[in-house]
Design a protein around this ligand. Structure first.
Ligand SMILES: [Fe+2]
Length: 216
């Protein structure tokens, strides 16, 4: 009967949302070489609680999810980045003409909470030359280490930066939609812990290699 067919169609449960995975990006050469035992999720201050790092203060927060939207808790999230002058606190950074900031360690980590939340406070990094012809836009490296899982990495970019359009790594992502998933629009907001600082939100969706919607 047509009526029962319609009825079946009307009551069929909706297919669960399947989130697009955040694109992976290479960790690059400037991952911190030392065991970071003394750092946390606040990169604004390092050893001296009275001396903050140079640069524009930013807050980053978001959630770590799998592709079904389920939060991933107790995962370690690490970030590392250049300072306000474009210099990494890393011996391998060859641009020694760019100054180090003694109050900026450049590396932080945290654990995701029960609902997958994480947050950091830091400063906006400056661009830096990767070669004579390639100026990297401001970006922050992320590594995610799920409990019992394999390390995963990406890079987060800032919306509105002209250099984004010329970046080799960002341009290598397969689509504008993929690029949008790692470009964050930082804004001042009353919801920020500090109303003068900008807040950016990056939800990270971990894809599982070899798993598609059909097989899940
Ligand atoms: Fe970098």
């Amino acid at each position: 009967m047509a009526a029962s067919a319609l009825g079946f169609a009307a009551t069929r449960p909706a297919m669960a949302a399947w989130l697009e995975a955040t694109p992976r990006q290479p960790a690059g050469p400037f991952y911190h070489p030392m065991e970071p035992l003394s750092v946390d999720n606040d990169l604004l201050y390092h050893q001296d609680p009275e001396s903050r790092a140079d640069g524009e203060v930013i807050y980053i927060r978001g959630r770590l999810l799998d592709q079904t939207g389920k939060p991933i808790k107790d995962a370690r999230i690490e970030i590392w980045q250049a300072n306000a002058y474009g210099r990494y606190n890393q011996p391998r950074h060859a641009n020694s003409n760019l100054p180090l900031d003694p109050n900026f360690f450049g590396f932080g980590h945290t654990l995701t909470g029960p609902e997958g939340h994480y947050r950091f406070r830091s400063i906006k990094p400056a661009p830096y030359p990767d070669s004579s012809e390639w100026l990297r836009p401001p970006h922050i490296h992320f590594a995610v280490i799920p409990e019992g899982g394999s390390p995963w990495s990406t890079q987060m970019y800032f919306a509105g930066e002209a250099l984004n359009k010329r970046d080799f790594l960002l341009g290598n992502l397969p689509s504008d939609a993929a690029r949008e998933r790692v470009i964050v629009d930082f804004q001042t907001t009353e919801n920020a812990p500090d109303a003068r600082a900008k807040l950016g939100e990056l939800d990270i969706v971990l894809g599982m290699p070899g798993v598609t919607r059909d097989k899940a």
